[in-house]
Design a protein around this ligand. Structure first.
Ligand code: NAI
Ligand code: MG
Length: 352
């Protein structure tokens, strides 16, 4: 029997609450599958410890993390640390060092969950986010701080290698879905250089995938199309910033920010991939025991799929759907369930 070595980074806010729930469900899933085991090591890299130690990731930390089969991440962000320091100190430090360039974000209305849209049932999307460069390349600077002539620049970086590999990844993914439809999300009307190249390379790669139907949408129009014509979309490929925004919208349209999962993939498997809910620390509900753990469970299912445990991933998704269908909903979904009661329900569904 194969034992996977998994790293858990619970992080801040509700991160530890949902990761604990996710690990419990993962252990039950492994035990009831019988085909594999999990050995989990937790890392206390979070904002409290940053304030004590002066760093999120200790010396040698990435080398250690690199040896794991996959990483389960909670959230990072604290009211006591500037958000850019926490994000770059932990999450982006891992995503970029491990070249997790493909960020996959499915959105679907789970049974029993209601959408703010009448046509919410039509939501069945996968957003593919470029996760290594673009607007989050970290290129820019500040000069003349505090003076009237102060300047701040934030340069989006698009490379041919970076753009081509994400488009190819999106085409591969779209070609495996029943509708085989890929929408290029862009802003090449206003942004004349990197975004125009983004479009050109998309249509070059498209020639290798004649079976995939393609179309192109400006990002602002994409938001209206998601709301008004959800069934006209299947897979979308978008830049780091655009997809970040679209996927919060996708998650809210499919019921709550507490539902959306994500996989930060290193497709070459040279480094481990990282799985996490798309939401953040959620200060307003931290410690109340009501964080919705579904996004984390779904992220665990994506992790199992990535590890090659497709049967276990499917069983876990069924258990999640059984639980949402039964009306076991946390307050963000309009119910009164708790993190614990939802976790227990999913574990029961896996055992039953
Ligand atoms: P957020 O996702 O933490 O919260 C937005 C709203 O959604 C809040 O009202 C929250 O209660 C609700 N919500 C989020 N997850 C939920 C869940 N599982 N169950 C029920 N309700 C949930 O986003 P916000 O407020 O913009 O950011 C808070 C902190 O988190 C900031 O420091 C930010 O930088 C960080 N953050 C970290 C992310 C990460 O680690 N990947 C992603 C997004 C934000
Ligand atoms: Mg986001």
């Amino acid at each position: 029997m194969h034992d996977y070595r998994l790293a858990a980074i619970p992080g801040d806010g509700i991160g530890p609450e949902v990761v604990e729930a996710g690990l419990e469900v993962l252990r039950v899933c492994a035990a009831t599958d019988g085909g594999f085991g999990v050995a989990i090591q937790a890392f206390d890299w979070n904002s409290e410890n940053y304030l004590l130690r002066g760093h999120y990731i200790p010396d040698g930390g990435l080398e250690q993390l690199r040896t794991f089969d996959a990483i389960l991440f909670g959230a990072v962000g604290s009211q006591r640390v500037p958000d850019d320091v926490s994000l770059w100190g932990l999450r982006l430090a891992i995503v970029q060092a491990f070249d997790q360039y493909a960020n996959v974000r499915p959105a679907r209305l789970l049974p029993g969950v209601s959408s703010p849209l009448d046509k919410g049932d039509d939501i069945d999307w996968v957003i593919v986010r470029e996760n290594s460069e673009g607007e989050y390349a970290g290129h820019g600077g500040r000069a003349h701080r505090g003076l009237p002539i102060e300047v701040g620049t934030e340069t989006a970086v698009f490379t041919r290698v970076g753009v081509e590999r994400i488009h190819r990844f999106a085409f591969e993914l779209a070609s495996q879905r029943p509708r085989r439809h890929l929408t290029l999300v862009t802003k090449s009307n206003a942004q004349r250089f990197g975004m125009v190249m983004w479009d050109e390379i998309f249509f070059e790669v498209a020639r290798d995938y004649p079976a995939v139907k393609v179309d192109r949408e400006l990002v602002d129009a994409a938001t209206t199309r998601m709301v008004l014509k959800p069934d006209s979309l299947d897979v979308m490929v978008a830049t780091n910033l655009h997809a970040d925004i679209l996927s919060d919208l996708a998650s809210a349209l499919s019921g709550s920010l507490g539902i959306g999962p994500t996989a930060n993939l290193n497709p070459s498997r040279q480094f481990p991939s990282m799985f996490e809910p798309i939401h953040g620390s959620a200060f307003d509900i931290t410690g109340k025991g009501i964080a919705n753990p579904i996004a984390t469970f779904w992220s665990v299912a994506m992790m199992l799929e990535h590890l090659g445990e497709a049967r276990a991933a499917q069983r876990l998704m069924h258990a999640i759907e059984e639980t949402t269908a039964a009306g076991e909903h946390t307050p963000d979904l309009g119910g009164q369930a708790t993190t614990r009661s939802v976790t227990a329900a999913v574990c029961r569904a896996l055992t039953g």
